[in-house]
Design a protein around this ligand. Structure first.
Ligand SMILES: [Zn+2]
Length: 624
């Protein structure tokens, strides 16, 4: 009982700017990490070595494996195969597997299984299905005698995701019974989303200064550590979707949507991030959001989209992928931040009011604060590719998330090849073109983003049907080779309102941030990767005219889609400087109350896509 079905990884390919983005990623840290970072290198416990034996290699492979596949990169595919082969050979008769030094820990196994099921979809290696089945059986037995602890308990939804995959592959109902038993021992994120227990920042519930000297195990036992941990929370978002499949209960659709809306309301910022540094941090645009939580939130949305089919999740996916994700990683994909801020006026290692992260968390580098994001960020774009298309029934393709791509699949027992040519999200036109189509009628269902009030669709001879209150358009006909569907999603700039009534400028799926002059200063260099401080060299303390008088400038899209030097779109908006808004300890924290009063000099300032900025204001005070 799901709205849509997922499409195997082999049937969707990135094209256009998205393909360029993946190439940048491989030329950047994704292609280098095995050689330069011991945590995922040849000493890894996941190769039988004495090195890191927990989540880092599985995290890395979860992104590197699909990335290598999409780019047809043999060299990096072979690196993945070393880990895959070692892992497949590590399972004992109980069904457990992995490095012996973490044998009694389960969480890192969940991640490695996510790697293996992608590997199976690409290669159809017959060893994977029994391997995954044996482990699920092992876990179902284990939870009868041993309580799951810590990360292994908090992150059960990722194991349910793997189990759902296996169930759909085998139709073996025994798997559902095992999953129910495992789930009953996991943290209940669906219950959590029913009535959010932590509407305020984690500091209101936990005094970190008192407990920080204790071990993490003790901390997690005496405080709501895991329940407020931002990566756990965003991983947990997929739980209602998996429960809906397990228990065949659509009530979880409402729980998921209302619950996630509430989390966004209490802890969300305009980029799509849920603030957590690294525990739930409220909605102030100067609090931080961890990169792991961005890519895990995107991955959770995949399950929510597939099971519930709600266009709203497509909007969320685009907000994160087109804003938060590119903003927190350098354009060459070499350096990243541990935490990003929606209003980020400098990135250095001043002590900021994070809940429990270190001073260097917003520095752009190899492993600021802690190396989880260094290992985990690679899944962002490749998994995004796998989120774009789904199918509904036997004869409908669903384009849920809009990005240049080709789908090559089978509908009504015949091959269909359809390419979406587009420069979206930077431009408003979508051109779908069939390279191959079945003789009989099929349908293409296209999500219309919520900001688009007047979509225009041209497809000769097709039947057009609006569904779900206009959030989807269904285009039906017997398509011929070379036939096209043209869509124009008219984009118009608009204001949205956030924490303390701050105003953000949006246009289409892109959020706009102040184009600040940045000075990059090298802090240190490790393994050929530099850590950078970034300082502002231009004013940032602006208020915007809430009527948004503005001019649009478009520039050509380059090989770097989210380029600061040549952003594909620029908005010139009317603003005034607010002299009394000053930086405090590196932050623009004390935002003046809007509407800003007084007779101030007006000027036009430049905003560029949030994803092109490394310093920015994106939630502004305003005047009327
Ligand atoms: Zn992380």
């Amino acid at each position: 009982m799901k709205k849509y079905s997922r499409i195997p990884i082999t049937e969707v390919k990135p094209t256009g700017w998205l393909y360029e983005q993946l190439k940048i990623q491989m030329n950047g840290l994704s292609g280098k990490l095995y050689d330069i970072w011991d945590s995922v290198g040849c000493y890894s416990g996941w190769l039988g070595g004495t090195g890191e034996s927990w989540e880092r290699a599985p995290y890395y492979l979860d992104g590197l494996l699909p990335l290598s596949y999409y780019l047809d990169d043999r060299k990096h595919w072979e690196i993945c195969m070393k880990f895959v082969e070692w892992t497949l050979g590590s399972q004992d008769e109980t069904g457990n597997f992995g490095p012996l030094s973490t044998w009694n820990e389960q969480w890192s196994r969940y991640v490695m299984l996510k790697v293996l099921i992608q590997y199976e979809e690409i290669t159809e290696d017959k060893r994977v299905v029994p391997f995954v089945r044996n482990y699920l059986q092992y876990m179902a037995r284990l939870v009868k005698t041993t309580k799951l602890q810590s990360w292994s308990k908090a992150r059960v939804p990722d194991l349910l995701y793997v189990g759902k995959w296996l169930y759909e592959k085998t139709n073996d109902t025994q798997i559902l019974e095992w999953l129910k038993e495992i789930d009953q021992n996991g943290y209940d994120w669906s219950d959590y989303l029913k009535d959010l227990p932590f509407p305020r920042p984690a500091k209101d519930y936990i005094n970190w200064d008192i407990i920080k000297h204790l071990s993490k195990d003790i901390i997690s036992n005496i405080s709501p550590y895991h329940e407020t941990h931002i990566v756990n929370v965003t991983m947990g978002f997929k739980h209602p979707a998996l429960k809906a499949v397990l228990y065949n209960d659509q009530e979880y659709a409402r729980i998921a949507k209302e619950g996630i809306k509430e989390v966004i309301h209490k802890h969300g910022v305009v980029s799509g991030c849920i603030n957590g540094d690294e525990h739930l941090a409220g909605s102030h645009p100067s609090q931080g959001s961890e990169l792991c939580s961005v890519v895990e939130y995107m991955f959770s949305l995949q399950s929510l989209i597939e099971v519930f089919g709600d266009a709203w999740y497509g909007d969320l996916m685009e907000r994160l992928a087109y804003n938060a994700l590119p903003a927190t990683i350098t354009e060459d994909f070499m350096e990243h931040q541990y935490l990003q801020q929606a209003n980020q006026i400098m990135a250095d290692d001043r002590k900021r009011p994070w809940f429990n992260n270190d001073e260097d968390s917003t520095v752009f580098g190899l492993e600021p604060n802690f190396g989880c994001c260094t290992a985990n960020m690679h899944q962002g774009w490749p998994k995004f590719v796998h989120s774009l298309w789904l199918r509904e029934g036997e004869s409908t393709l669903v384009n849920m998330v809009l990005a240049p791509s080709t789908i090559d699949t089978t509908l009504c027992s015949e091959r269909v090849i359809l390419t979406l040519h587009t420069k979206y999200p930077f431009r408003d036109r979508l051109l779908y073109r069939f390279q191959q189509a079945p003789a009989q009628p099929i349908a293409v269902k296209i999500r219309i983003p919520s900001w688009c009030k007047r979509p225009q669709i041209i497809c000769k001879g097709a039947k057009l049907t609006w569904q779900d209150e206009g959030r989807f358009i269904l285009v039906e006909k017997a398509f011929r080779e070379g036939e096209q569907i043209q869509v124009r999603l008219e984009m118009k700039e608009f204001a949205s309102f956030w924490h303390q009534g701050t105003l953000a400028v949006e246009r289409g799926p892109l959020v706009y941030g102040l184009d600040m002059k940045e000075r990059w200063e090298i802090k240190k260099e490790v393994a050929g990767v530099k850590d950078y401080y970034v300082f502002p060299e231009s004013p940032w303390n602006y208020a915007l005219n809430s009527a948004l008088p503005c001019q649009l400038e478009e520039q050509e899209l380059t090989d770097i889609p989210f380029s600061k030097k040549q952003p594909p779109v620029r908005l010139k908006v009317e603003a005034c400087q607010v002299e009394e808004w000053t930086q405090k300890n590196g932050d623009a924290r004390e935002i003046p109350q809007s509407p800003i009063m007084g007779d101030r000099e007006k000027k036009m300032i430049s905003l560029i896509p949030f994803g092109c900025t490394k310093l920015r204001i994106s939630q502004f005070p305003y005047y009327e």
